[in-house]
Ligand binder design. Structure first.
Ligand code: GDP
Ligand code: MG
Length: 451
């Protein structure tokens, strides 16, 4: 499998400077294959890989990961970023009702989605109504009525049998979907539904009449959201379809359906890249509950087809963090913390994982944790500048930092000598305090945690 190829392809070269071009090229080739196998369109693959190579070139080799894992990690982060970079919630109208129009090819899953969306809005306390504007396909209106019934959401339809108000014939003379849409919105206003979901007709392929009808409905109702519904199984065709809909109708968001199938979901990346529109929802089955807001991380892992590799990477990093945390905790108990450790810990406050872990290992260290987490970023920058201005020997053994060294460090890092003094003092205080505290608390347990 791809995972095996990738993990087996490269030797362990942890912690050796920067990722080499060879590492990046080899891994990129595999990623490229993975993307193509996932049906990502070729131009999108090309730009994506170029971006990955660029980013990987500057990356330092991680101590926790081998180069292949690291490139995969970068790829995954980029994918998640692109897929969810501008994830946003439904745009609600300032003056209800909020109008959501569904557009897409026949069979994409619009009508099914109408029910799911209706259900979803209801669960959030909204009072949606569905409007049946597919007058093309025989049975489309009654399909929506069944869907609405199942979801417990009323349906506005052009003929008798509508569940709205139970009034039967609503007096719409023509079978004109634009009129139905308009009347549906009016009805929603009258009955104070705060969300209107407009189901529209699709065709098997893209054609002008379909686009004209959809854009007429759009013009007549001025939707707050136009959702382009696309079947994940159509793979490469998703691109041309999305382009046609973007040009013909325009849309504000994408819904990916049939993710319960075996499609790897490359359509998601292609559509996102090419139209710039966010993927907002995902549908994964015929039942009402087979529906969720879109999760970029799940999709990224699906597209890469490397769920195993990704979880291995995560484990490796967690393991590494834990190892580091234990090593530092051991140093703390023995009063051997260096300035390098000190800096590292301060920087980690920004990420707030590991420092929490380390301090968490010291019973009663809660107060210190609070104090440390209040250090602001500017202060951290200065501390960082000062420590970076020290030689490794100085960081390792602050005792050697005499007056002339202090002056050199201050000049080199653009601070006053008093600040260097302050930092060194603060460091000694912290080291003493931490060692005392851990000694008092009987911290033998820290180093034994590994068993
Ligand atoms: P429309 O033509 O765009 O309105 O599409 P429909 O809502 O009628 O859906 C077409 C077919 O796909 C129906 O048989 C649906 O039950 C099915 N369908 C819709 N969404 C999904 C999904 O997420 N997964 C699966 N497996 N089937 C779906
Ligand atoms: Mg339909």
């Amino acid at each position: 499998s791809l995972s095996d190829r990738l993990t087996g392809a490269l030797k362990d070269l942890r912690g050796k400077g920067r990722l080499s071009d060879a590492d990046i090229d080899r891994t990129s080739r595999e990623i490229r294959l993975a993307l193509l196998e996932a049906d990502v369109s070729l131009p999108v693959v090309r730009t994506f890989i170029a971006r990955i190579k660029e980013r990987s070139k500057g990356a330092e080799v991680s101590a926790a990961l081998n180069p292949a894992q690291q490139v995969v990690k970068i790829v995954n982060e980029e994918l998640v970023g692109i897929l969810g970079g501008e994830t946003r919630r439904v745009q609600f109208a300032k003056n209800p009702p909020t109008i959501v129009m569904l557009a897409g090819l026949q069979g994409a899953g619009k009508t099914t989605l109408a029910g799911k969306l209706g259900n979803w809005f209801s669960q959030q306390g909204h009072t949606p109504i569905l409007v049946a504007c597919d007058l093309q396909r025989p049975g489309a209106v009654s399909q929506l009525q069944i869907v609405g019934e199942r979801a417990g959401v009323p349906v506005f339809a052009p003929h008798a049998g509508t569940s709205v108000g139970g009034e039967g014939e609503l007096g719409i003379s023509s079978g004109d979907p634009v009129e139905v849409a308009r009347a549906g919105v009016e009805e929603a206003r009258r009955l104070q539904h705060d969300v209107v979901i407009i189901d529209t007709a699709g065709r098997l392929g893209i054609d002008e009449e379909l686009m004209r009808q959809a854009s007429d409905i759009r013009d007549a109702t001025q939707p707050d959201e136009v959702l382009f519904v696309v079947d994940a199984m159509i793979g490469q065709d998703a691109v041309s379809t999305a382009e046609a809909f973007q040009e013909g109708v325009g849309f504000t968001g994408v819904v990916l359906t049939k993710l319960d199938g075996d499609a790897r979901g490359g359509a998601a990346l292609s559509v996102r890249e090419i139209t710039g529109r966010p993927i907002m929802f995902a549908s994964s089955g015929e039942k009402l509950e087979d529906f969720d807001v879109f999760h970029p991380d799940r999709m990224a892992s699906r597209i890469l087809g490397m769920g195993d590799v990704l979880s291995l990477i995560e484990q490796a990093e967690q393991h590494w963090d834990a190892q580091q945390a234990e090593a530092t905790a051991a140093k703390i108990t023995q009063g051997e913390l260096t300035l390098e450790d000190f800096l590292e810990q301060m920087l980690m406050i920004r990420k707030m994982g590991p420092i929490g872990n380390i301090l968490g290992m010291l019973p009663g260290a809660g107060q210190m944790k609070d104090a440390l987490s209040q250090v602001d970023d500017k202060q951290l920058d200065r501390v960082q500048a000062i420590i970076r201005g020290m030689t490794p020997a100085e960081r390792d053994n602050p005792k050697i930092i005499n007056a002339s060294r202090r002056l050199r460090i201050a000049n080199g890092s653009g601070v006053a000598v008093s600040e260097v003094n302050q930092l060194v003092d603060r460091f000694y205080d912290a080291r003493k305090m931490m060692a005392q505290m851990s000694g008092r608390m009987g911290m033998g347990g820290v180093t034994n945690r590994k068993n």
